[in-house]
Each structure stands twice: as structure tokens, then as C-alpha cells.
Design a binder for this molecule. Structure first.
Ligand SMILES: [Zn+2]
Ligand SMILES: [Zn+2]
Length: 451
């Protein structure tokens, strides 16, 4: 019951309804007049979710799973950071397929931390593995250690469930944690009864409370931006140094100059791909150096240099695209203009605004748009050669929905992120929304710190 009230209040905050939050706060106030000690204790703010509720959230309610399309050989578990959620971390991670990792035999499990009251944000409720009593930048935050232990228990259960699904082989489970979720990933992997397959610690730190345990051969990759503005890079380095000093022999640190806490990094994704393939070489997917496609009547043929590797695909739902393609949504992949070539039938190409199509059969061939990184051409993976078309490579599985606010479909495929109102202008078009969201959280944090 208490929890229901809390969730409603969080919703009120999310839509900017200050009044709703005020009513909620007032409901926590003790009645007037002096109170006997027992009554005073009972009127204290709710202690937060119970162990059972945390476990239920982490292991069931908040799970988003990307199932393998082939046999289940590996599980990768994703733990998002403070205020983050599974539905943004999962599509981000799936971009690893652009770097030559096939997820065909991988179960990717993303969860979200439960909602908690955050002390240093005046009781604001947010997805959090543990409360920040005081949030720090270049030294350890002051946290609620009991809640860290509570989340450890829940996340460990999540790992155990996956180990069971893999016939009890814990070496087939890889844990990836971002930011506060990275604090958890370190903590859980180091304290797990047996050594897991590996750990990716993304822009995070190893907390002092975390016991190092005895899995000294655990493969660990720690990645940190040198301009990280939430968890100082020095904290990431200190944790890795502590592990190495304790005899962890397989712990690597990589820092990237100029990178902050939330910016997308292709280099980072490439390093994760390399790390995953070093643990599970069978996931390697050979990427073609060239793709070929053609229109409905076969008069026009095209080729995409570089195989569109490292380029995300998306669904677009906007009215203009729906009309021109006569479809409820369409799939597009934008590459640098010089990578897309018409190899036959260019005399048949007609154009209307930025859309180019075959003048004989009307098939759409490409879009041409200006982008921050120069002009780009968008091709449509569903017109690739038949051999490819019957089973599109995983890297063309769209990772986001463009203009999902205009969607006519009621149920959007869940493994892509809905981005309302964001136009694609280049290969990194999907970063705009995420950064906006994270910037808002950061601004909020700074405002609350202001005297
Ligand atoms: Zn044609
Ligand atoms: Zn569109």
C-alpha cells in the first residue's frame, strides 16, 4: 500500500506536478503535539522497498529479455545506473552487433533497479540500487550500505537464475553494469559463489564496501571516459588498481580522452565486442565488406561499401515516410553518401524531394539527407539481395523508433527505444534523446546542490 502511494508520487514528479508531490510529503508528517517514542518511530518516512519487493522488481517486474533466436549458449546481464532503466540500456547494448558480435545464441537480460527515496535529493524517488545520502564526484558517495546488500541479494538471484538456465555453467554468464549499476556489477561478480564468465564495468567504480572475494582470474574490462562528470575517472582507476594489487590478473582498464559520463562511444562498443569475443569466440559474426540490393523490377541495383558496419538501423513512423512507402513503418539505415552507389539502372532513378525511387516499378531506392557528419544516404535493408533478405543480419535489427509519437501501430517492437520527435540526421541520431534525459538528471542534481 505504502509502495503504491510512493509510485504515484514519483509519477506526479515525473510530469512536473509539484502539488501531487506536496500532498505526498504532507501525508508523511506526524500529527501535531508531542509523540511517545514508539509513535514517533512509526511516523518516520517509509524505509523503502522490502527485500522481497526488491527481488521481485529486479528478477521479475522490471526485466526485459532479448531471447536468442538460436540455441541459448550465453547470457549477458545488464544493470543500468541511477535513474536509468532496462529499456534504454538494452537497445544501446545491442549495437554490439554492429561490431561483429552475433546475439543469435545470446540471451540478453536487462533489469531496472527498484524505486527508492533518495536522501540527497530531498526524498525524490528514482530507480536506484541504493540511496545516496551524499553524492560525490571524485570520491566515494555516502550511501545506504544496507540497501547495497539488499540489491546484491536480488541481483545475485538474477545471476543464479541465468546460471541455472545454462545448465549450472556460470562461466557462460557475463555481467555488465553502467554507473551505479556498475557498482552493483562489481559487487555481485566479486561476491558470487563461483567465478562468472566475465565483467564489464562501464563508467563506474569499485566501492570500498565491496569484498574482493577470491575469483582472481575473473576477466574484467573497466571502461571510463576521462571527462566523466558523474563518477570521476580517478575513482574508476583506483578500483582497478585495488584489484590488480590484490592479485587480479585479468583486469583491464581503458580510459577514453574527452568522453563524459553519458556520451556514446563507438570505440567503447568496439572494445566490448572484442572483450565478449575473447570470452565467447563462437559469437563472432563475419561482416561483409559490401552489401548489394535491387528494386522490385530489377532495373536498379545498388551496393553499400563497408557493409554498413557500425551503422545503426531504425524504424521510422513519421507520416511522410508512411505515405511514401505505403507501410505502417519502414526500416532505414543511413550511411555516408560515398558508401552508397547505384551499380545499374541509374537512368531509371527518379526523385521527389529527398526520396529516390525506381521510375519503372516505384520501389524506394534511397533517401539523401544532410547530416552533422556530411550528407548521408539511407537505404532500406528489406531491399537487400534475396540471400540476405530472408534472414537480415542482426545488426539491421532496428535499435530505435524514430518519431514514435506519430506511430500508427499500437505495439512497437520492444527491443528498440521509442524516440518521440527526434529526427535522424546522422548515424548518431539516436543519441540526442538519451543525452537530453541524462542532462536533465544532471541539471537537477546541480540545482539541488546549489546553495
Ligand atoms: Zn524497379
Ligand atoms: Zn520518417
Amino acid at each position: 500500500m505504502e509502495r503504491g502511494v510512493a509510485v504515484a508520487a514519483a509519477g506526479a514528479l515525473a510530469c512536473g506536478c509539484v502539488l501531487g508531490a506536496a500532498i505526498h510529503e504532507r501525508s508523511q508528517l506526524p500529527p501535531l503535539g508531542p509523540l511517545p517514542p514508539a509513535a514517533a518511530a512509526a511516523s518516520a518516512p517509509p524505509p523503502g522497498p522490502t527485500d522481497a519487493e526488491v527481488e521481485e522488481d529486479v528478477c521479475e517486474n522490471n526485466l526485459i529479455v532479448s531471447e536468442p533466436t538460436g540455441a541459448h549458449e550465453v547470457t549477458i546481464i545488464l544493470l543500468p545506473g541511477f535513474t536509468g532503466s532496462a529499456d534504454t540500456l538494452l537497445p544501446w547494448f545491442k549495437r554490439i552487433e554492429e561490431c561483429g558480435v552475433s546475439l543469435e545464441n545470446v540471451r540478453v537480460v536487462a533489469t531496472t533497479a527498484p524505486k527508492r527515496r533518495i536522501t540527497c535529493y530531498d526524498g525524490w524517488r528514482a530507480n536506484a540500487w541504493f540511496d545516496y545520502i551524499d553524492e560525490q564526484f571524485d570520491k566515494e558517495d555516502i550511501i545506504d550500505e544496507a540497501q547495497l546488500a539488499q540489491s546484491r541479494q536480488a541481483a545475485t538471484k538474477l545471476v543464479s537464475t541465468e546460471v541455472e538456465k545454462l545448465g549450472g555453467d556460470q562461466s557462460k554468464v557475463l555481467l555488465l553494469g553502467f554507473s551505479q549499476g556498475g557498482n552493483m556489477a562489481y559487487d555481485v561478480a566479486l561476491s558470487y559463489p563461483s567465478q562468472l564468465g566475465g565483467l564489464i564495468a562501464r563508467r563506474t567504480s569499485l566501492r570500498n564496501e565491496s569484498d574482493l572475494g577470491s575469483h582472481k582470474g575473473l576477466p574484467i574490462l573497466h571502461f571510463h571516459g576521462e571527462e566523466d562528470d558523474s563518477i570521476g575517472c580517478n575513482r574508476g582507476k583506483a578500483g582497478v588498481a585495488r584489484l590488480q594489487a590484490a592479485g587480479f590478473t585479468n583486469c583491464k582498464l581503458h580510459t577514453e580522452p574527452g568522453l563524459n559520463h553519458t556520451e556514446f562511444s563507438e570505440k567503447e562498443m568496439g572494445m566490448y565486442a572484442e572483450f565478449v569475443l575473447s570470452l565467447f569466440p563462437q559469437l563472432k559474426q563475419e561482416l561483409p565488406s559490401e552489401l548489394k540490393g535491387f528494386c522490385y523490377c530489377g532495373a536498379v541495383h545498388y551496393s553499400v561499401r563497408g557493409g554498413a558496419c557500425g551503422v545503426p538501423a531504425c524504424f521510422c513512423h513519421c507520416e511522410s515516410c508512411r505515405r511514401s512507402h505505403a507501410a505502417p513503418l519502414y526500416q532505414v539505415c543511413y550511411v555516408p553518401v560515398e558508401d552508397f552507389t547505384i551499380t545499374a539502372g541509374s537512368e531509371h532513378i527518379k526523385a521527389h524531394k529527398f526520396r529516390h525511387f525506381c521510375g519503372e516499378c516505384g520501389s524506394k531506392i534511397f533517401n539523401e539527407v544532410a547530416g552533422p557528419q556530411g550528407p548521408r544516404r539511407g537505404f532500406f535493408p528489406s531491399t537487400l539481395e534475396e540471400a540476405t533478405q530472408h534472414k537480415l543480419p542482426g545488426r539491421f535489427r532496428p535499435t530505435f523508433h524514430n518519431l514514435s509519437n506519430e506511430a500508427v501501430l499500437h505495439d512497437l517492437p520492444k527491443d528498440a527505444t521509442p524516440l518521440a520527435g527526434v529526427l535522424i540526421t546522422g548515424s548518431n541520431g539516436n543519441r540526442v534523446k538519451q543525452e537530453t534525459k541524462n542532462c536533465n538528471a544532471r541539471t537537477k542534481k546541480l540545482q539541488r546542490r546549489a546553495p
